[in-house]
Design a protein around this ligand. Structure first.
Ligand SMILES: Nc1ncnc2c1ncn2[C@@H]1O[C@H](COP(=O)(O)OP(=O)(O)OP(=O)(O)O)[C@@H](O)[C@H]1O
Length: 376
């Protein structure tokens, strides 16, 4: 096992920069996920760690050793690709044994390592088959098995589940998590799927345009996003963003005027000044229908349309003076709402967040979201 430390890493292709000076420390044994939209540079950074891309500037240390110029095969890493990259003419056993044989291990050692990995991944009955005789999920297990037998110090995963259907992805997600608990090896996992990022990562790095937007536990990123990009990237439906103006600030709360004139109290923000233009962010699951006697932190909305999802409904509502819809998650039975109806929504002061005109979160440090305890 090994830590990975990245200092001021830059990547350019010809003269075009795609990674703009990244600092990141990944602890020994940590499960770190890189997530971000297409083209943000997450695969390029992973490939630089693997040694498949050169590092234009900056330093990479693996297990405390400077690794910039170490050949990929000497970095003690194993990479699992989206495309599986299995040898088609070899059996599952031969695919898994290949690297060990090449490294000169004795046949008995090779056999023990392959059987151990096949046992962990529950593919022992498949060892005599060729890749073309396997399902996508089985092929990906073999690709992971091939990585395990090498006992790497760091596993690198590049979108390994993207070619699988939705239910298999869920199953493999659970297996990769289990694998990490069992092996306790450092894992770096690239995905553009925010659910994979949230469910697998002990910490997540959110990338955008070749830069890091935020690093944190899934809980920190979801509940205390550093900026509008992270707030909007994680969560389905996306966090609601409502433009507003600060009209009063006191020790306990910031009062914001929203489109249509409603006044909202926000308890989580600090650093706002009266007159500031801000964006108020609130997640769909934190909104509720206001009881008739409630008058504080309530907005009047029109119902646009209702998505019935069985256990809950997502109600898309409109606020006068605002083009974007406000999404509300409600228990299905509690939402006898139909398009064209009016509704009153309650926005809890402890769940609303403010972002300044640069998109940066105005967090009050003392606000606790009840972090159950992250990795660091
Ligand atoms: N060999 C290359 N030559 C020139 N530009 C490249 C090369 N490889 C990647 N890029 C560019 O670098 C940027 C980052 O690419 P990268 O593949 O790391 O993104 P990504 O976040 O992994 O995206 P995706 O999820 O689509 O794979 C992109 O703008 C891409 O076009």
């Amino acid at each position: 096992m090994a830590s990975v430390s990245i200092k001021n890493i830059v990547k350019h292709y010809d003269k075009t920069p795609v990674i703009h000076g990244i600092d990141l420390d990944i602890a020994d044994g940590e499960f770190m996920v890189f997530v971000g939209p297409s083209g943000c540079g997450k695969s390029t950074l992973l490939r630089m760690i693997a040694g498949l891309e050169t590092i234009s500037e900056g330093t990479l240390h693996i297990g405390g050793t400077l690794a910039n110029d170490i050949a990929p095969a000497q970095r003690k890493l194993a990479m699992v690709f989206q495309s599986y990259a299995l040898y088609p003419h070899m059996t599952v056993y031969e695919n898994m044994a290949f690297a060990l044989k090449l490294a000169g291990h004795k046949p008995a050692e090779v056999q023990a390592a392959v059987e151990r990995a096949a046992g962990i991944l529950q593919i022992a009955p498949l060892l005599k088959r060729k890749p073309k005789e396997l399902s996508g999920g089985q092929r990906q297990r073999v690709a992971i098995g091939r990585a395990i037998v090498r006992k790497p110090e760091v596993f690198l995963f590049d979108e390994p589940l993207s070619n699988l259907d939705a239910s298999l992805r869920v199953q493999m997600r659970v297996e990769i998590s289990r694998l990490h608990s069992e092996l306790k090896t450092t894992m770096i996992y690239v995905t553009h799927d925010q659910v994979e990022a949230m469910t697998l990562g002990q910490r997540i790095v959110v990338f955008n345009g070749g830069r890091i937007e935020q690093v944190g536990t899934p809980h920190e990123l979801y509940n205390a996003p550093a900026n509008l990009f992270v707030a909007g990237f994680l969560g389905t439906p996306k966090m609601n963003f409502i433009p507003g103006e600060v009209v009063a600030v006191d020790a306990a709360r910031v009062t914001v005027r929203l489109p249509g004139g409603a006044l909202l109290g926000v308890e989580t923000a600090a650093g706002a000044q009266t007159g500031d233009r801000v964006t108020l962010g609130v997640r769909a699951e934190h909104l509720s229908l206001a009881a008739p006697q409630h008058t504080d932190n309530v907005i009047d909305v029109g119902v646009g349309h209702v998505e019935y999802l069985g256990d809950l409904s997502i109600v898309y509502t409109t606020l006068d003076g605002m083009p974007d819809m406000i999404a509300v998650k409600l228990p299905a039975e509690a939402a006898p709402l139909h398009a064209g109806a009016r509704a009153r929504l309650h926005l809890p002061p402890s769940r609303c967040q403010l972002f300044n005109s640069d998109g940066r979160a105005l967090h009050r440090n003392t606000v606790e979201f009840g972090n159950p305890g992250g990795f660091v």
